[in-house]
Design a protein around this ligand. Structure first.
Ligand code: ADP
Length: 233
């Protein structure tokens, strides 16, 4: 994995997201430094997905702002490349694995799309299924495709919403190893996870959301283990 050229952090300032009368996020202020590997913990409905989608630019906050930071913590010139792995895999069933990645590489304006697709197929362990339609893939293989798609443009910031979903133990180990290499190359990683796992052991920081607010943060004193395993009152 090549080291990141322009490491990027994220500053969330007073983020609120309302859906009608429901507050998905309430005045969330959180600064994530370039190169951190942050786990978002919290029960279903606590706002993790909403925060990740706001960072990815897929959801607009009702109020508040998101700023990307350079490694000196100043506002970044231009936007960093952001990769997002959400609940939907965002790949086409009726295309092969390779056709999907070549298509997305073209859409992203990547030079030599076929070469980049080939590298990613090898990286996510789908080389031997490159010519199979994604329709025929298992949940775990689709998740590998989603991760490959998110890595195509070598994003400085990688956002993952429960990325171990659908992966078998071998898949979880593979993902942990992939994320470890990305973290060590300077990519900023923010991911929602449930409980402790091989993947949570990569975290340099954990933040717990409850009912749309930050309730604990290892940065301000909580322990990684208690934040990851807290099940609520
Ligand atoms: P988590 O990822 O922690 O499970 P979410 O961010 O998905 O939490 O959801 C936070 C709250 O916002 C939940 O109450 C959820 O029902 C609500 N919510 C999320 N997306 C929408 C939406 N598109 N429309 C209405 N309510 C939503």
């Amino acid at each position: 994995m090549t080291p990141v050229d322009s490491p990027a952090g994220i500053r969330f300032e007073n983020i609120e997201k309302r859906y009608g009368g429901l507050y998905a996020l309430r005045r969330v202020s959180l600064e994530i430094a370039a190169g951190e590997c942050v786990v978002l913990a919290g029960r279903n409905g606590s706002g993790k997905t909403t925060l990740l989608r706001i960072a990815a630019g897929l959801v607009r906050p009702s109020s508040g702002s998101v700023t990307f930071l350079d490694s000196g913590k100043g506002p970044m010139q231009g936007a960093p490349k952001v990769g997002f792995v959400g609940h939907a895999t965002m790949v086409y069933d009726e295309l092969t694995a390779e056709e999907n990645l070549v298509l997305f590489a073209r859409l992203l304006g990547i030079a030599e799309p076929a070469d980049r697709a080939g590298i990613l197929l090898a990286e996510v362990g789908l080389d031997d299924r490159r010519s199979s339609l994604v329709r025929t893939f298992s949940r775990g293989m689709r998740q590998r495709m989603a991760i490959a798609r998110a890595l195509l443009n070598q994003p400085e910031v990688l956002l993952l919403d429960e990325p171990a979903t659908g992966l078998d133990p071998q898949g979880v180990s593979w993902l942990a190893e992939t994320l470890r290499r990305m973290r060590d190359a300077g990519h900023t990683i923010v991911m929602s996870l449930h409980g402790k796992s091989e993947i949570s052991s990569l975290a340099t920081r954990a933040v717990r959301l409850e009912a749309g607010s930050v309730m604990a943060d290892t940065r301000t004193g909580g322990s990684l283990s208690s934040i990851l395993t807290f099940v609520g009152a």
